[in-house]
Design a protein around this ligand. Sequence first.
Ligand SMILES: Nc1ncnc2c1ncn2[C@@H]1O[C@H](COP(=O)(O)OP(=O)(O)O)[C@@H](O)[C@H]1O
Ligand SMILES: [Mg+2]
Length: 368
Amino acid sequence: MKLLECGVKDFRIIRDQRFKFTDGVNLIKGNNAQGKTTVLEAIYVFARGRSFRTRSEAEIIAFDKDGAEIDIVYEDKERINKMSASYRRDENRKLTKNGVEIKKTSEFLGNFRAVLFTPDHLSLIKSAATDRRLFLDIALSQIEPKYIGYLKKYSLLLSQRNALLKERNADAPESLILFETLAEQMAPAAAAITALRCRYCEMLTENISQYFKNMTDGAEATDTVYESCISSDVNVLKDVDEAARLYERKFIDNLSREINLKSSLYGIQKDDIDIKLNGYSSRKYCSQGQQRSLAIALKLAEGDISMRSTGEYPVYLLDDISGELDKKRNAFFMSQLKERQIIITSCNINGGKKFDNVITMKNGGAVK
Ligand SMILES: Nc1ncnc2c1ncn2[C@@H]1O[C@H](COP(=O)(O)OP(=O)(O)O)[C@@H](O)[C@H]1O
Ligand SMILES: [Mg+2]
């Protein structure tokens, strides 16, 4: 997959600019606060469906404007495509692909695929479980068309369940019938999500081990484990019928406790992944250096798995990563990214022979 162009208008600090990209390594350089990350933010909207920096669409519209427009032109193995997003202060965002409006997120995601790597991701291994679930959700939503549908369905039912748990008559017989219906509907979605996440973790294990071994001179073995509330047996977690049965029971069996606490205690919104290093939990025990090596391995693996599922590498968007990594890890990471298109931002690298294309940002615009 190759990004050819990105157009950005009234999006944060960028007034009106078209950026052109080439194969290989594209560097976006410039001082702080000139709009480098904003370019990556605009591009990644097309991979993730929204900004990676904010949930508020109003925030990305330039301070003195009422709307913003972004677009990308990219090439996949079939053809050249154009996608666009337009934002207005008083309306919902509008998305198009090749001139046709796309209303469903499930149809939007998976078209343009990208891996984003920001300094925040360097602590992914030990940060909150939410961050690791988000990693899985974003990766899977780009390669598994059904995933986002299951996730949406489950989240909707879960919010209904949480609302019901907070009601004063939550333990009344008519509420109990509702809880049973919700459990019946939530269980298959939870099971489908669990199976897909579990399979993803198995693929991660293979890929991460390879990379991690190379970074640590073969010193450590890794295993990516999906932690679910219904079972620790991978075969059970991958069996959607069995998993659905266990989820349904879980959603009913603990109801009185959940009513007391007024919140849902079990389900895929609580799951986590842990990468074991020689059998030890990296979440608990890994050093900062190991944490960084694992984060790099995870980001490389994300691209490999996407390649395996779609036949193409995603575009790599690296936001000021090299400034955070030591020389050895940085060199390893960059050496493994061959064959992939990279767009990298930095305020302390000067454009040189290492780069196939250099864009210099100043005050929200590209300068020569
Ligand atoms: N909605 C907005 N309208 C105008 N400027 C904005 C908006 N949001 C952020 N900015 C400005 O964009 C700049 C940051 O851009 P950013 O892409 O993060 O820079 P860099 O990555 O080059 O350090 C800041 O000066 C900030 O004030
Ligand atoms: Mg930046």
